[in-house]
Write a protein of this length. Sequence first.
Length: 749
Amino acid sequence: MLPDSHNPIFELATQFVTQTDRPIFLTGKAGTGKTTFLKYIREHCFKKMAIVAPTGVAAINAGGVTLHSFFQLPFGPYIPLQQQGWDKDSTGITDPHTLFKNIRFNADKRELLQELELLVIDEVSMVRADMLDAVDTILRHFRQRPLSPFGGVQVLYIGDLFQLPPIVQREEWELLRPYYKSPFFFDAKVLLEAPPVYLELKKIYRQNEADFIHILNNIRNNRTTREDLETLHTYYKPDFSPVKEENYITLTSHNAQAESINQAELTRLPGKLHGFEATVTGEFNDKSFPAEKTLRLKEGAQIMFIKNDKGETRRYFNGKIGRIEKINGDKIIVVFPGGTDELIVEKETWRNIRYNYDREKDKIEEEELGSFSQYPIRLAWAITIHKSQGLTFEKAIIDAGASFAPGQVYVALSRLTAIRGLVLRSRIHAHSISTDERVIAFTNSHLEEDRLKEELQEEQKVFIARTLVQSYNWSRLVEELQANQDEYEHRQIPDLQKATQKGAQLLEKALAQQETALKFSRQLEQLTAVAAEDGYRQLDQRIQAAAAYFGKAVQEELITPLQEHIDQVRVKQKVKKYLATLKDLKILFRRKQQQIDQSVQLVSGLVKGIDPANLLSDLQEQKKNSQEASATAPTPDAPSGKAKKGDTHRISLELFKEGRSIADISTLRSLAMTTIEGHLATFILTGEISVRELVPENKIAPILSTLEEARDASIVILRQRLGEEYSFGEIRAVRNHLTYLTQQSSHPS
């Protein structure tokens, strides 16, 4: 379920990510839930995704990898136009021509980039514009789509531009200045072609005081008043010295200052100094360690947690302050302010991962390269403002004096849950509060919620149209068959000549299909542009005819002969690697059949007037099931008799009427159970199936009630509100039942 189903921007952002391919910038003030959104997308989005961040620690905390390691980016400036007349090797500067000089992607990495659908860039405020253009250039090249921004990959940018800016040295900026308005990511050249939709999470979870929120908003927007400063300076207490029980943390501008405070306070404590060593396995860069390698503590030490509790009770969160009550061997016991319960701290593990593409599941998966295990705590009498990003404190002493950099005032103050927990050790001056005007100008580009909803609906239609066209794109099949054919001269397998001939025949058939599919795709682009004018009927007719033609062609000209070849090869010796290649090809052919089937379902749904959001939710659920299902299982014999165009739903109905279960039909037809449920649910609209045949009696009323409250919500949102015990198929069936009742009441016989 959504972490907060009453947060409309969170819901809109989820739909933009999952139901469109529009680039998105998700932002929000401190404490509005950006990290929660990233976690939700990571766990629930069906798209093939990779998460990157500009620094090692940020990448580890986001559950991803660094931008530089994923794309093998240069560390020097990237100039977006090819340069002449200077020594690039000695300057460390790259351009579109020299960028690829040091990139060494193997075949698996190239396939991963080709399959990538969603790139998430966390902490994007620290990403320089030129690095984003370098990423764009790399993706266009390796995905062989030079005219598409990021090679057609959807990009989700997450971050708060009012926090820490990108780091750019003066001499670097002198080189970049002729090409960029600013070093901020939003001034990258690629964003002129593909501007992101601006989504701002506004529900503040950290602060709950209107006056304090007002002051923070003024600081963000360069509107700080004298009254704001006077209010803040009522908390100016230069000689303040907290007692142990008050649990104040000092925020400083320099790491050495924070370290000095922590060590001084630790030394003052009596008792034994305990050391706890982290366990590091495999590959894990020491610059990316998310906690201390050697954690030194004493009883009585003030600490804070640096990770959220993974349990249901959420006993602590990232930034929660506590005190070491007792240390007994490896057992660390912590107590919290105002509480009597003791918490035994358990070690946490952070993973260093690499992304790999799994063909069988059609999914990008994470491979653990190394891990770092340590108690998720650190000394917390002081911390730098930089490291405090994303944390929440009830009480804080802010001590930076004249060393405040622009933007740091906001970062420091916004860590607090309430202004009453603030202590200023130095006064805040107006010149320390300024926000870059270029940032403010960009943030003013956001749309109102009603306009965002309209834009979402338009983008969903565009996404459906592109999905339809992609269903009849044969380029991947042809590329793989061509690569297979090229490999025959290097293979040492029995009956090489016959195998080579078979490969050539498959390639020839696929090329012929590709030529026809390309012509149809051009027609589709024209048809989808005007399809709504006749209620999608003409588009439906063309898709039905195309699905029948191409479905048969893929089966008879590709899958059947390939399976025959597999059966001949598998009984021979020394063919394991070749057999794996053939099975990979079969997976691609099966996937193309699934895409064709989905195109029929999408257009059929549009004809029936089903909301595009619901259609895309259904598609999302089917894809998730398809990723989990084995793609190599042999296809059982289909029911006898040749199906007419578009009769795939009725085949499922006939089997169901024969008394077969949905699971049996799913196995028999080699389709996901959710697909069969979708087939059967369509016949509730015609009255041929009763809703009670598909949905238990005790679930119908709650689903109907939820539909009445939020009838226009997508099926994903409906399920989130109902709970995990309700399936998408059940919700879809009851929704169709409600539509059927409405139709019957408006057209009585």
